[in-house]
Design a protein around this ligand. Structure first.
Ligand SMILES: Nc1ncnc2c1ncn2[C@@H]1O[C@H](COP(=O)(O)OP(=O)(O)OP(=O)(O)O)[C@@H](O)[C@H]1O
Length: 281
């Protein structure tokens, strides 16, 4: 086993997701299923490719960090976990060809050094269309590409694209008086894959990755409600070693803005600004 590789444990990942990730029963279920299946398979036929979708601040980066730590103990600091941020690493449209070459070289080099490398692409919705198709050959069912096998690598895409579709379905459930936890993957996954494919600003617009069914799971992150924001405030207080003060919890949660205008159910920044708001209390 490589130095910072962590023996993958279903139970520890399950516990961590259940304890730390609020309001995301679908993401928890699919991520556990996907990773367990993949890590238990000694001979995967292709790398694992997950596409995480949802509104801002709903936990996509947070989950990626948890997953990375469960795969490589140093998490995002590991030499085998690589985070690409579209606006930072691939900002200019006229340099797409250069980015494609760099990306291929970077991924090839890193997978040669560690077969179970993890690559996280944040802000997929801000990625210029086509950039991601450069890595298509690595995600496909090939035994090797130029002498390198990519089959044990994991690719995670994060995107706000599809957040509107997810919210619409969550809202339909809410308006029909149905429980959020009753939303099933089959209510969302097909809508999501088609919606993302046809969304010019998804980073996966008309992408060969979807076309060729190279994305194994589309994982929806539901918009967070008032009660979830409160849970985030409590978690942050605990992380800071402070006693839980319910008055502050309520005040911070009430400072957030909620949508749609009529019902005000979902936090428009999820839990994203909770940490900074807590500083003021
Ligand atoms: N579902 C959640 N459960 C627990 N904490 C959460 C959840 N969602 C967000 N948080 C908290 O809020 C912070 C910001 O969330 P995160 O960066 O994961 O959002 P994101 O979905 O990646 O947003 P964006 O699309 O804007 O990048 C996290 O570090 C975490 O502390």
């Amino acid at each position: 086993m490589r130095k910072d590789a962590t023996r993958f444990g279903f139970d520890s990942l399950k516990l961590e997701l259940e304890e730390k990730l609020f309001g995301q029963h679908l993401a928890t279920e699919v991520i556990l299923k996907a990773l367990t299946g993949f890590k238990n398979n000694k001979n995967p036929k292709k790398p694992l490719t997950l596409s995480l979708h949802g509104w801002a601040g709903t936990g996509k980066n947070f989950v990626s960090q948890i997953v990375a730590e469960n795969l490589h103990s140093k998490g995002l600091k590991s030499n085998f976990v690589h985070l690409f941020v579209s606006t930072l690493h691939f900002p200019h449209e006229h340099q797409i060809k250069l980015y494609q070459d760099q990306l291929q070289g970077w991924i090839r080099g890193n997978v040669s050094a560690c077969a179970s490398s993890v690559f996280i692409f944040d802000e997929m919705d801000k990625l210029h269309p086509g950039v991601i198709d450069a890595i298509k050959p690595f995600l496909d069912y090939y035994e090797e590409v130029d002498g390198v096998s990519y089959r044990k690598a994991i690719f995670i895409f994060l995107s706000n694209a599809g957040g509107d579709l997810i919210t619409k379905i969550a809202l339909d459930f809410w308006r029909a008086g149905r429980k959020r936890e009753d939303i099933q993957l089959k209510d969302l996954e097909p809508v999501l894959s088609v919606g993302v494919f046809n969304n010019k600003h998804s980073g996966l617009w008309h992408s060969g990755l979807i076309d060729r069914n190279l994305i194994d799971y589309f994982i929806p992150f539901l918009p967070l409600e008032y009660r979830h924001v409160k849970m985030c405030v409590r978690a942050e207080m605990r992380a800071r070693g402070s006693a839980i003060d319910e008055d502050i919890v309520t005040r911070v949660a009430e400072e957030m803005t909620f949508f749609p205008k009529s019902e005000k159910i979902y936090s428009d920044k999820g839990c994203k600004t909770v940490q900074s708001r807590l500083d003021f209390h």
